[in-house]
Write a protein that binds this ligand. Structure first.
Ligand SMILES: Nc1ncnc2c1ncn2[C@@H]1O[C@H](COP(=O)(O)OP(=O)(O)OP(=O)(O)O)[C@@H](O)[C@H]1O
Ligand SMILES: [Mg+2]
Length: 149
């Protein structure tokens, strides 16, 4: 029962697509609301998934944002093909960003995304290979928090 998958969804993310960028995380929020998760949990998943999605839009060629929900947890996985991150520890630091002037003018590049993902999740794993891509995996514990489960 614990491992039962309640919902599994995947969204394709296209690098530099600022028109659709943000849509996948919006759909994740809607799906979690429909599943009757408490607003605080939905809010955390929304923030984390938005940052994961926009990092793929900003820094990757393309990728997938996936949502898996079990009775106990919300798992969100970002898997992209792209430039990768040479120094993950450095990238995780508040304020560190390689965003160009153009990206900053669009309102991104504060260097807060990865730390925001960490802050809003219970577990975060990030692996990356330069020239290949990046994987970010988060878990938000939900221990039966759904009001209609
Ligand atoms: N999926 C990714 N692929 C390649 N590099 C990435 C990826 N995600 C993050 N990075 C690198 O890590 C840095 C820090 O990411 P983070 O999300 O914390 O900040 P940001 O995207 O630069 O700014 P913000 O998220 O505040 O708009 C980025 O500037 C980029 O160099
Ligand atoms: Mg970011």
């Amino acid at each position: 029962m614990k491992d039962k998958i309640v919902l599994s969804q995947g969204f394709e993310i296209q690098g530099a697509d600022f028109v659709r960028g943000g849509e996948a995380s919006c759909q994740i929020v809607e799906a979690l609301r429909d599943l009757a998760f408490p607003p605080e949990i939905v809010r955390r998943a929304g923030i984390a998934s938005y940052e994961m999605e926009m990092n793929m839009v900003l820094y990757a060629d393309h990728g997938m944002l996936s949502l898996t929900v079990t009775p106990d947890a919300i798992m969100i996985f970002a898997d992209d093909q792209g430039q990768g991150i040479p120094d993950i520890e450095l990238a995780m630091q508040n304020g560190y960003s390689t965003a160009t002037q153009e990206i900053r003018e669009m309102g991104f590049g504060a260097g807060m995304g990865l730390s925001n993902i960490k802050k809003n999740s219970d577990k975060m794993q990030i692996t990356s290979t330069v020239g290949e891509g990046t994987k970010v995996h988060i878990v938000i514990e939900a221990n039966g928090a759904r009001s209609n489960s």
